[in-house]
Design a protein around this ligand. Structure first.
Ligand code: A2P
Length: 280
């Protein structure tokens, strides 16, 4: 048997990095349950959900790890799992020098992670008026809130058709592609409704793919509406949610305003709602 080694300064600092996280008034400490790497810059993971944690499908919450200074390093993330699920799921980009995501991409099942106690957000069905078609349009990790909303059976009672449009640069950026192409067929709560009512419109703008144009082009030529009836927007019956980069949201919001849509919020439901996808 070896004697207990003398703790060098290096060993002590290494120990400090993996010290257990401490809950606070605004944060709980949860356990990572699973991690899935979609490609070299995209991954998703699930964590435990505290009993006290309530949210509406489509909302975001702060999550994070311990920063180099010992304090929580937090970013806002859309929850990708639906409100009824036992676990919380998130979709994240990997930024090599991103303060949080450079660390977060290394998480493993069993690791601890901070979870904010107060989810919030406008990408919720409460913030849009009743309608017939619901368009969920996102770029990159802006798909995450749609994965929450479309796995919540309630959305299929509220809308006749739910269209998920996802614009990415590379084919491998199409996270959850198989699940979406199969219309959530493994999900017992949604599959029969989704089979009829869910539409998936992926587009890949910088690699070979069957659809290669930006969303605005798919709107202009009608491909966004394929199989759903009218091949153009109707502000009276269509509702739209946007999530993605600043530039994307700005351009798309301008396009919708020009079509006669008005922006909504939790306090004043409208025809469309927006939220920036979080990175870094
Ligand atoms: P593109 O490849 O033509 O720039 P990013 O990684 O830069 O956020 O882009 C993710 C996806 O969003 C890409 O398909 C990109 O298309 C598209 N995109 C970026 N900006 C806009 C915009 N202003 N309007 C429409 N699509 C956009």
């Amino acid at each position: 048997m070896h004697a207990a080694p003398y703790l060098s300064a290096g060993a002590m600092s290494a120990h400090a990095v993996i010290a257990p996280l401490e809950p606070s008034a605004s944060l709980t400490v949860e356990k990572v349950l699973s991690v899935h790497h979609w490609n070299e810059h995209l991954f998703s993971f699930t964590i435990t959900r505290p009993q006290s944690f309530r949210f509406r499908s489509g909302e975001f919450v702060m999550i994070g790890l311990q920063g180099d200074n010992g304090k929580p390093l937090l970013r806002a993330y859309s929850v990708a799992s639906p409100a009824y699920a036992e676990e919380l799921e998130f979709l994240s980009i990997k930024v090599p020098d991103g303060p949080l995501t450079s660390k977060l991409q290394q998480i493993q099942p069993g690791d601890e992670i901070y979870l904010g106690r107060k989810p919030t957000g406008t990408l919720v069905t409460d913030a849009v008026k009743p309608g017939r078609r619901l368009f969920l349009i996102g770029t990159g990790t802006g798909l995450a809130p749609w994965m929450s909303i479309i796995r919540d059976p309630e959305v299929y009672d509220l809308f006749n058709q739910v269209i998920v449009a996802h614009s990415v640069r590379k084919v491998s950026d199409l996270a959850y592609r198989e699940m979406l192409e199969n219309k959530l067929c493994d999900d017992p709560l949604c599959d029969s409704a989704a089979a009829e009512q869910l539409f998936y419109v992926p587009t890949v703008t910088r690699e070979e793919f069957h659809t290669r144009d930006r969303i605005d082009k798919l709107i202009a030529d009608g491909r966004l509406f394929k199989g759903t009836g009218a091949a153009q927007f109707d502000p009276e019956h269509d509702r739209v949610m946007l999530c993605g980069s600043m530039a994307f949201i700005k351009d798309m919001a301008a396009l919708l305003e020009a079509e006669g849509f008005t922006e909504g919020s939790n306090a004043h439901p409208g025809d469309y709602v927006i939220e920036r996808a979080f990175v870094g």
